[in-house]
Write a new protein. Sequence first.
Length: 450
Amino acid sequence: MTFQDLNLNTPLYNALDDLGFTSPTPVQEQSFNVVASGKDVVGIAQTGTGKTFAYMLPILRDLKFSKQDNPRVLVLVPTRELVIQVVEEIEKLSKYINNRVLGVYGGTNINTQKQEVAQGLDIIVATPGRLYDLAVSRALQLKSIQKLVIDEVDVMLDLGFRHQLINIFDILPQKRQNIMFSATMTHDVDLLINDFFINPERVSIAVSGTPLENIEQSRYDVPNFYTKVNLLVQLLNDAETFHKVLVFVAYKRMADRLFKKLDEYFKEELCVIHSNKTQNYRLRSIEQFKKGENRILVATDVMARGLDIDNVSHVINFDTPEYPENYMHRIGRTGRAERKGVAITFSTEKEQEHLKNIEGLMQMEIPLIDFPEMVDISTELIPEERPEIKERNNPTKRKDEDEPGPAFHEKKEKNQKVNLGGSYRREIAKKYKKPKTRGDKNFNKRNKRK
Ligand code: AMP
């Protein structure tokens, strides 16, 4: 397929010619029509796959020349480096288009940026915090935004930007196209999609460059966390075979918990990265692992993306990833550059369903290895594994005498009032019998489903 098959326009073709790009990357090929259709889009693709052009080509093709000053396209990214990079990419494509592109990010003088905004623009690329500040100070009007792109949304949520994103959604026009790109799927990303996107189309570039034939895959069924630790320790004891091991876990708390346990056995050989660690700590860990000073690196999905580390002997999925794309990204860290790699996955009973999805995506079964007899099976459970016990109205349970009971005096009348919050909104809600705030984007969605 060439770019000619994409039905672009002359200015874009000329810009692509100048760049020397002839054919679209897979994510560009798959995203073009979906983004151009105007529907909400969720794309799963890593940096380096050409995803910036994947959303910018259709947006630029359809962005008509306008003299109005308020931006019509908003691109949100997690870091200032990415703001600069995305602006550069847009400028490359816009060489023969008369449009105005501006990048804004925190940590720099806001007044300079206000002046730049005042000159008028078509596309704004921003980090969430600075964008919000510019909008609430009224230097920037967002009422004309037709397309919202959120890039690297997994990193954004992992860095704790969820509230800032929601604040921004609140001040954007309801009628707009949402386009989101993420390298990995996480539970937080899924929640955001469910809360704010309307029937999004999904585009997924699952395989991360490494051919599957280069990776020897296998798996163990393991009952629980502590037994997984025992098995992992047993494997890692063979330092000669397991000489550069990337151990994946789904989230930070699990990474810390596993690190603490492994630290009892492999102290000097061990390092960890996840988003609660400082940038310096993370860089140091990666360096040490790269150089081989540490043999074992424990990492979360989001942090391990983009890691370009050679000669990883083994990828161990300490948990079975909930989203099959993440499995592909994880195992793609080994078996690079024609070398054979090994990927081993641990699955509990609960994780069998994730396993089925992964096998479905790859259209192959991962061979099961019998659980080694010499490894201890633990019966101890971590809080997430314990069954939830819900006790309601248990008549045999005696009330604790020392438990604080209700106060022995009645509240004064004025203290009995309950603060219900913004009276204006309550009045409006009563009048219209439904929320009339701009923020309630889910209202239509909820009612459509009924
Ligand atoms: P991205 O994934 O958006 O960070 O893009 C990675 C790099 O690939 C950027 O430097 C792009 O300029 C480049 N690129 C994007 N699309 C193409 C293409 N169709 N052919 C060759 N290179 C491309």
